[in-house]
Each structure stands twice: as C-alpha cells, then as structure tokens.
Design a protein around this ligand. Structure first.
Ligand code: NAP
Length: 173
C-alpha cells in the first residue's frame, strides 16, 4: 500500500473492519505512511466500537468511516426502539428519522458515515443529516432509551474466527 502511495496511485491508506490490534500491527509494518481511516459498522443500534476501537481511532487521528449507519434499513432501528424514541426525537428536532440517526453517528469526534441510498430522494434527505447539531437532551434520550448491541471481546473473536475460516474455505475452492 505504501508503494501505491509512492507511485501516486492512491493518496492515503485506509482499512476496513480492523481491530485495535490489527491497526497496531498494520501501522508497525508501514515505514512512512500512517493509516488514516478505518471503515467499521456503527449505528444507533450497533455500538460495538465504543468498547475501545472508537476511542483508539480518535486518540490516534484515524477517521472512523461508519458503514451501515442506518442499520442497513430503518426497520432494524425501529425493531430496537419499541418506545418510538427516534420518531419523537426527529419530531422535536424537525428532522427525519434517517437524518437524526446519521447525525448521531457523525456527531462523534472524527466519525463520518457512508449511508447507502438508491433513490435521489434518500440521497437528498441523507445529505441533510449534516450541518447541524442535535440538542444534548435529545441525544441523551437516543442513547439512554434505545436498545443497542455492543459485542464483547469473546463474541468479536468468535466472529473473526468464523470469517477467517470462510475465507480459507474460499481459497481452497
Ligand atoms: N466495509 C465493509 O465491510 C462494509 C460492509 C457493509 C456495507 N458497507 C458499505 O456501507 C455502505 C452502507 O451500508 P449498508 O447499505 O449496509 O446500510 P445503511 O446505509 O445503514 O442502510 C441502507 C438502507 O437504508 C435505506 N435508506 C437510505 N437513506 C434513507 C432515508 N433517508 N430514509 C429511509 N431509508 C433510507 C436504503 O434504502 P434505499 O436503498 O431504498 O435508498 C437502504 O435500504 C455501503 O456503501 C456499503 O458498501 C461496507
């Protein structure tokens, strides 16, 4: 990857789904460049990276690019929100539910989001998620009243082992 930067083919080095250990190991073998971004899953309902990875990236100037910031669809956020907190917060902030969910992600230091949208209307709506700040009491409501998942080290390790196993099987086919 450093060779690609030297040749001017890419400007910066970014990675995806790297743990803190992966980032440390990868950075250690880079002679000149530093890792500038890590693309990971993060949303109102999937907050595993708050267990340490988010803080490590913030401390080391690594931009967190959150994928699935709408939990792959608003229906999945609704399922974790039986009290309808997101709708209430969206009404109070005069924004849409998607805009609030995205704004919550990008309000974190050094975090940006890459929602997928397949209609112009959704793209336009999602663009409107930036350029404003949710009031503290509304943000607190989202954080305290919505259900979310934060995987522990054992579960993270097990998932990585399964993914690694699948990749190995793929290579042998
Ligand atoms: N690095 C990785 O391992 C990894 C893994 C997964 C995904 N990604 C990337 O992450 C990006 C997005 O993640 P994702 O597709 O998993 O999930 P996402 O962005 O959380 O959710 C996409 C869903 O949200 C809907 N949506 C978008 N804007 C909306 C709006 N304003 N109102 C209502 N619904 C809205 C989309 O509907 P419509 O399609 O109808 O607009 C789509 O069904 C993609 O670019 C993907 O390539 C990366």
């Amino acid at each position: 990857m450093e060779k690609l930067v030297d040749e001017g083919k890419v400007r910066f080095i970014g990675v995806s789904n790297f743990s803190v250990r992966d980032l440390i190991n990868a950075q250690a073998v880079l002679a000149k460049q530093r890792i500038v971004a890590n693309q990971v899953r993060y949303s109102l309902v999937e907050r595993t990276i708050e267990g340490g990875l988010l803080q490590y990236c913030q401390k080391n100037g690594i931009t967190v690019i959150t994928y699935s910031p709408l939990a792959t669809g608003l229906g999945n956020i609704r399922a974790a929100d039986p009290e309808g907190v997101l709708r209430r917060v969206a009404e109070a902030a005069c924004k849409s539910k998607a805009q609030v969910a995205l704004n919550w992600c990008i309000s974190r230091e050094n975090v940006i989001a890459i929602p997928k949208a397949s209609t112009v209307a959704h793209v336009m709506e999602d663009v409107g998620a930036s350029g404003w700040k949710l009031q503290l009491d509304l943000a607190r409501l989202l954080e305290e009243r919505m259900r979310y998942r934060r995987r522990g080290p054992f579960e993270i390790g097990a998932r990585r082992a399964v993914r690694w196993g699948m990749q190995m099987i793929g290579r042998w086919q």
